[in-house]
Design a protein around this ligand. Sequence first.
Ligand code: NAD
Ligand code: ZN
Length: 350
Amino acid sequence: MASVRIEASKAYEVIIEKGILERCGEIIRNAAGGDSVCVVTDDTVDALYGERCVASLLSSGYRVEKFVIPHGEQSKNASQFIRLLNFLAQKRFTRTDTVAALGGGVVGDLAGFAASCFTRGMKFVQIPTTLLAAVDSSVGGKTAIDLDAGKNLAGAFYQPEVVICDYLTLDTLPDDIFADGCAEVIKYGVIADAAFFEFLKQPVRENIEKVITRCVELKRDVVAADEFDNGIRFILNYGHTVGHAVEANSDFTISHGKGVAIGMCAEARAAARMGICSADCADAVESLVRSYGLPTRSPYDVRTLTEKALSDKKRRGGTIGVVVPTEIGKCRVEKFPVEKLCDFIGAGIE
Ligand SMILES: NC(=O)c1ccc[n+]([C@@H]2O[C@H](COP(=O)([O-])OP(=O)(O)OC[C@H]3O[C@@H](n4cnc5c(N)ncnc54)[C@H](O)[C@@H]3O)[C@@H](O)[C@H]2O)c1
Ligand SMILES: [Zn+2]
């Protein structure tokens, strides 16, 4: 069992423990109090873990309602968001009650945003069931839904009362979805922790508690320094400039994790070509990414990727920031005039 304390505008624990879902009721009782809990989940996760979660909440004396969305990114939209707000109202939830997100990043982002809005903010708890949600989306307080114009365009910074990470739930994750989370895990090693990067040469699945704990600690440090994403938090976007462009250009048939895997390789290679890191550093990133069965090469050309990257929200006026490794475990933000981005991406994918 491990626990990491996050110090943001609100302090909270991330509890990482095998089998802890069975005790989520008492943990939520201690962290959030209240009378009622709305469990928000998707159909896949509901079939696997819904009953266990609800049973624990009932045995802790809660009134429990469940709101289930179809699985997949398409559910992180405005109509599910409004449906959830109306559901909370119909079921007479109040500000002192809790929304518990049981699932991956889609459920967490949607449920968290609804919790931040309903009655101007009710209690919120994250119960991540994907590796990506455990190491990334459930910690740090970013919530959002997608709009027609793009991903994550409407949302709020809204911290949970507690994060309950039962890594036993990851056993049912398909390998492919598990690998997506591994891309974000590798990202932490590259940007912030060389020893952890080395450690990842052993399979993540065999060291899952240690891996999740280290990633959450690294995210904690970044979030504590820059909760509202005006500075250092930007380094978490390593691999994401090219990654988002790949993802968007595929109409999201290439998953986020696979886009980030390709993006990390491209951005490291570009950094090496520009003399920011060594060729060995870029090779090390690529070989670790490949060892997890993740893709390393962009299927799209420079022009296509640059166009997509420039429509991204990381652009600030005439410049765009890209996170580049300077060596394994260290990184910095490189700012380019937008017209130079094409050269950077070109250097990374050629
Ligand atoms: N808020 C943040 O800081 C942040 C950070 C990174 C990503 N995100 C968001 O997270 C989302 C991606 O999250 P994700 O990769 O978890 O996707 P997801 O929530 O869609 O989950 C992936 C799939 O796995 C299934 N699943 C979940 N848990 C399972 C389990 N234990 N066993 C079997 N199947 C399971 C789900 O039903 C779904 O089909 C994106 O929308 C992204 O924008 C948010
Ligand atoms: Zn990501």
